[in-house]
Ligand binder design. Sequence first.
Ligand code: SF4
Length: 438
Amino acid sequence: MKVGFVSLGCPKALVDSERIITQLRARGYQLSRDYHDAGVVIINTCGFIDAAVEESLSTIEQALTENGKVIVTGCLGAKADFIRQRFPQVLHISGSQAYEQVVQAVQQHLPPPTDPFTSLIPATGIKLTPRHYAYLKIAEGCNHQCTFCIIPSMRGKLASRRIDQVLHEAEQLAQAGVKELLIIAQDTSAYGIDLHYQTGHWHERSWRSQFYDLCQALGELGIWVRLHYVYPYPHVDTVIELMAEHKILPYLDMPLQHANSRLLKLMKRPAKATNTLQRLQHWRTLCPELVLRSTFIVGFPGETDQDFADLLTFLEQAQLNRVGCFQYSPVAGATANQLPNPVPANIKQQRYDQLMQLQQQISMDWLQQKINTQQTVLIDQIETDHAIGRSMADAPEIDGLVYIESPGDHLAVGDWATVQITHADAYDLHGHLANSHQ
Ligand code: SF4
């Protein structure tokens, strides 16, 4: 019994896909890489921006043409009527995190095999990421109401997982060979608020379902723990101390989106009242090796030349290590669509170019400082004449890479390597192998 699976969207959707696949494998289904070979096809959709909606719709259309039996889940699935209107022949539609509904729909339209041996699965489930790193989703939904975002209306309010469940899953992943955990949620630093920090038991100790306890406990696993989607709240200070003690990676992915306080208010961003620059400076005093990644939106409605200049000044002062930038585009259903003074497309493009140019220089200067140092690198890929890995400063998919020349047969995917850095370019480091271990 084969099921086709297409996973679209962000890492949070990827975690949903992994859970669904785990459940299906537990029931004896196999995965198919081919629409024609599959008894049914599941599409885990994304509905974050209009381009993602279009991609989801065209994927559904293709699966219907090539296979005919299609189950739709994920973010866009929250708009069942919209999908049903366009594709009445879709077998079942559900929103995100509807694992059981999806599995039931598969069982209904493709009854499961009965051989008990096919239901054996690894304790960790089936990973869609390589074996040596995994995303760990600690909460779903969001209590904020950023005006450019429709995630809260699609995924609901913050719903954290209990700490003992999260830690149990993290430990299983580590035991199965995962060496890097990427912690994700819509607002990771808000973890546990909805549970009133309920305690759970793990390793003969009580832990609160709370951001600090979570990081402290994960730090006991002895693997890389990388935090994504953290906001600059004061309570994050204590977690920076854990980074300074090398319990978790000194790395924070912190989507700030803007630096001008008027714009942040228009965006209704979390922690908008914080003096972010002061907070970052304090964090760097606590942990000088801290690596900060952020993303920004340029051309948000009402953004003036002065607001944009404030953003550039902030970037110069903050010296963030990695920065992503988006030109604002309206998302159907977002309240920002009603804001006056849209920024013309050519201005958005100019601001984007200017910001990226400034940041490229900042990132390059920082990478230059790595030359003649040794970096611990986790190996992702082996090619004929070089290997590719990432240092503690590089999250998969979004940050830079470390290229290791001529490692011979000393490295395998998932190994740790000590790399002597010899040169750097705009985004990546290059060097040769000094040492390696599994
Ligand atoms: S914090 Fe803002 S941007 Fe992020 S999911 Fe919540 S509402 Fe959307």
